[in-house]
Design a protein around this ligand. Structure first.
Ligand code: AMP
Length: 281
């Protein structure tokens, strides 16, 4: 497995491996601190395309001024070992100046969608995400890019971006990987104390409850959202950021659940903000 540091190297690798169109290239964008959720994306990529690049880049522009950019976990050696074990051909780990050269002034803004869900509580977050993913897709010339449903609002923003910019890459969405007790895997779970780790189960509990209510015939967003909020509030140290039932493409709230509606939740467990969701059957 190669480790590449510059856009020029990544583009050259992609073009060589593509071999006059005979091979397909996959990209798995990550911020590192890789876990079994990331591993599932790399495996899905390896099963679907000829050559796979995993990018590891803690993207400064998607963090707000009071967020965890500086202390975000950085575990590069272990990440490379995981990427290699899962079959990645390349790890692309550029320094910040490579993706944001001195004086960089170009950003991708997906209007509307970027202000909803996580975008409402994290102003500028999706602008940073869209910008870095556009840069990575352009640099890698990937045919397919693999993302987790865990970040469901991000998926909606990126689908819109790819459609609007007429980018060549196809977006592939992979299921949420969970711990045996239901907690969705996240690099930020590393921040949780043992007590917080238990409290954090309120999110997946709320998601499962919504699934059960829908299976039992409840369709009203108001009832589903209220039930989820109540479940989360039962953990006194967990603070809800949002619980919403939305159209997954537009992220606009819906009043009645339909197949494909997204139920999403974000909550603070101590100083750590976690998210979870389900796409209704
Ligand atoms: P991150 O490193 O947090 O930016 O995540 C990189 C990619 O991994 C994103 O597409 C995430 O949605 C995906 N991902 C993160 N956690 C999980 C999970 N538990 N299951 C599946 N995919 C995940």
């Amino acid at each position: 497995m190669k480790i590449l540091r510059t856009v020029a190297e990544l583009r050259q690798w992609s073009r060589e491996e593509r071999n006059d169109g005979g091979n397909t290239i996959g990209l798995v964008p990550t911020m590192g601190a890789l876990h079994a959720g990331h591993a599932s994306l790399i495996r899905a990529a390896c099963a679907s395309v000829g050559y796979v690049a995993v990018s590891i880049f803690v993207n400064p522009t998607q963090f707000g001024p009071n967020e965890d950019y500086a202390r975000y976990p950085r575990t590069f050696e272990a990440d490379c070992a995981l990427a290699k074990a899962e079959g990645a051909d390349v790890v692309f780990a550029p320094p910040v100046e490579e993706l944001y050269p001195d004086g960089a002034a170009t950003f991708v803004e997906v209007e509307g969608l970027s202000q909803r869900l996580d975008g409402a509580s994290r102003p500028g977050h999706f602008r940073g995400v869209a910008t870095v993913v556009a840069k990575l897709l352009i640099a890698s010339e990937a045919d397919r890019a693999f993302f987790g449903q865990k970040d469901a609002a991000q998926v909606a923003v990126l689908r819109r971006m790819v459609a609007d910019l007429r980018l060549a890459a196809e977006i592939v969405v992979c299921p949420i990987v969970r711990e045996p007790d239901g907690l969705a895997l996240s690099s930020r779970n590393l921040y949780l104390s043992q007590t917080e780790r238990t409290q954090a189960l309120a999110l997946s509990r709320a998601v499962r409850q919504v699934e059960a209510l829908v299976a039992g015939g409840e369709r009203r967003a108001e009832a589903l959202v209220a039930a989820a909020r109540q479940t989360i509030s039962a953990e006194p140290d967990v603070r809800v950021d949002y619980t919403e039932l939305v159209n997954w493409a537009t992220l606009e709230p819906v009043e009645i659940a339909a197949p494909g509606s997204l139920f999403a939740v974000a909550a603070w467990v101590g100083a750590t903000r976690l998210i979870d969701n389900t796409v209704l059957a």
